[in-house]
Design a protein around this ligand. Sequence first.
Ligand code: MN
Length: 394
Amino acid sequence: MKLSVGFATDIGQVREGNEDSYLIEHPLFAVADGMGGALGGEVASGLAIETIHDLFSRREGDLVHQVEEANRAVFARSQTDRTVAGMGTTLTAALVDDGRVHLAHVGDSRAYLFRDGELALLTEDHTLVHRMVAAGEITPSEAEVHPHRSILTRVLGMDGEVDVDEEWLDVRPGDRILLCTDGLTGMLSEPQIGEILEASLDPQAAAERLVSSANRAGGIDNITAILLAFDEDGAGGDVAKPTTTSIGIAGERRATTAVETAPERRTTTTLDAGRAPRVSSTRPVRTRALVGVGIALGVIVLGLVGLRFYLDRQWYVGVDDGHVALFRGVPETVAGFDLHDVVTETEIRASEAEALALYRNLPDGITADDRESAEAIVAQIRADVAKAARRAST
Ligand code: MN
């Protein structure tokens, strides 16, 4: 079977750097989405990709072993280098062996199979919302817009050991396999992805359309897509077998042994800040001013009532007195007034939670839609802290 590859990555419309890394080294393909501060995300995804690339080149172990080693490498660096402490990364990799594909996966990047016009998800998101859906607490459509849809329950670099999901798949001519980061799936629905794959037969054109569509839909995160197209030998004879080896390390995009560097799309759309023109009145009138003061006071009173109403409906998880706590309100203080109250302080030590990559921003507050969601986050933190403690004691 003939394999051709399409690829595109983009920083998106909002982020300041691209923390996604990728590997295109026929027959091994992977995407990684790093997280953990300005430097950590780039280092984590890049190190994971470099590690599997290196081990694969030396034919050391199978794909799952290579991903486990990538986890150890990221964890070890995170433990020894203070500038990247607590970093982590997703990794979704596909190794093609003629008609079979071996997938290895950790995190919320995804692999899809597009066959006969149908898009099927091959991987499971290791996210809090996926667990909540599985437990029947929220619906899949609620999960898509859930404020914590990016909280991961499994990631490379959190711990010395990681469970790697793996899967084998027999592919047929006409099949397409898409590897992508959540910057794509967060912006495009599965029907939208399916439509693009249906419409663009050329894998490179399809990958570019996927990424540009995610950008048009908002591009709130880095976007990376690798599309593997399996066709009958000899089909579309003018398309060469991929000779490209391209390794994209976040922060220092480069190509090694590149016969041809996979095209890199960097959109530089400038978002117009839409500044309102300044208008100043030059004719102060006393009565008008008094009416103005009255209106202003009314607005302030209404504003305070509205603020109270609003704050009573906001929830978040943060830190109080060194412990993880459930708050009502928002994690802000304005003019000396705290816009929040502690509702429950837990027994969980904040330092133990913050030691985990997922919760390092806990002091800033993890906001929730309602009390149940906030309590679910607390329960997740408790479970993850306990797990880390068990690991540490064995
Ligand atoms: Mn992402």
